[in-house]
Ligand binder design. Structure first.
Ligand SMILES: [Zn+2]
Ligand SMILES: [Zn+2]
Length: 263
């Protein structure tokens, strides 16, 4: 099977210190044949302050210096994980006009501005009420993002669950996810299976079933690795799950155009 990791970070991201060369070598060692780098560009920072700059020149330089060393060993692609792009359409348009961009994950890491804009990662989730208020806000923002063209796939749609305690259920959110998936499918956009470094596989089953029922066909698979040791984690299991659910293809992207591969 052609194994691809379509969600990975390098030292260009604020929360990673890994050079691309190390991530690429780890991909080769893990049997990954195509690696897409998706460094963070969140338009709000951890605390909700607007972020207006991105080291695209640094990202491109790192990519151009590293890619030639992996010719015939690894297909490298250059993407972005674009956080809350719908909050600044002018900047989003500018970023997405970069000609070398292969792929864009649209993610919601931050609460809405009405709730201060801080990262969901920073909330105290010991109270269940806080969890459900956060999920309300999260899926509202995801619906807004879904209606734009600022993404190729929706990133880790169950993201806040990473930080929440056992027992938080999505019962009240399936209808909202259905709405989001129908918008994405109608717009020719996809959804990623994000294994969260190999920790999240089973949680995706009902999500992917719903996505498929909504007419969704485009999926990518990524580990969300921020360090070499996590590259490729959980990819084979995620692919097996998607195949089991009836998805016949997964996608890779070049110049933001999808190509489809059989499992
Ligand atoms: Zn993310
Ligand atoms: Zn990520």
């Amino acid at each position: 099977m052609y194994l691809t990791d379509y969600h990975t970070h390098t030292q260009i991201s604020p929360d990673s210190s890994a050079p691309l060369e190390h991530m690429a070598q780890a991909a080769v060692d893990a049997g990954v044949q195509e690696l897409c780098i998706t460094d963070h560009l969140d338009l709000l920072d951890l605390h909700g302050a607007p972020r207006l700059t991105y080291d695209w020149a640094g990202s491109l330089r790192q990519f151009q210096q590293t890619a030639p060393r992996f010719v015939h060993k690894l297909q490298l692609r250059l993407g972005l994980e674009f956080g809350v792009p719908h909050t600044n359409p002018a900047l989003a348009e500018q970023v997405l006009s970069l000609p070398q961009l292969d792929f864009v994950i649209g993610s919601i890491h931050n609460q809405s501005r009405a709730r201060g804009g801080g990262d969901f990662y920073c909330l105290d989730y010991s109270d269940h009420g806080v969890c459900y208020e956060a999920l309300d806000d999260y899926f509202s923002s995801m619906a807004q993002l879904a209606q734009t063209d600022y993404y190729d796939v929706l990133g880790h749609i169950i993201y806040p669950l990473r930080y929440m305690p056992e027992g938080i259920v999505l019962d009240d959110y399936w209808a909202r996810m259905e709405h989001i998936f129908r918008i994405a499918a109608d717009r020719g956009k996809g959804v990623e299976i994000n294994t969260y470094r190999g920790r999240t596989i089973d949680q995706w089953r009902p999500v992917l079933e719903l996505y498929r029922a909504c007419g969704g066909e485009i999926i990518t698979v990524g580990s969300d690795a921020h360090a070499p040791g996590d590259v490729g984690a959980g990819l084979r299991e995620a692919c097996a799950l998607a195949a089991d659910l009836g998805f016949r293809y997964f996608a890779t992207y070049t110049g933001r155009r999808p190509e489809f591969h059989k499992w």
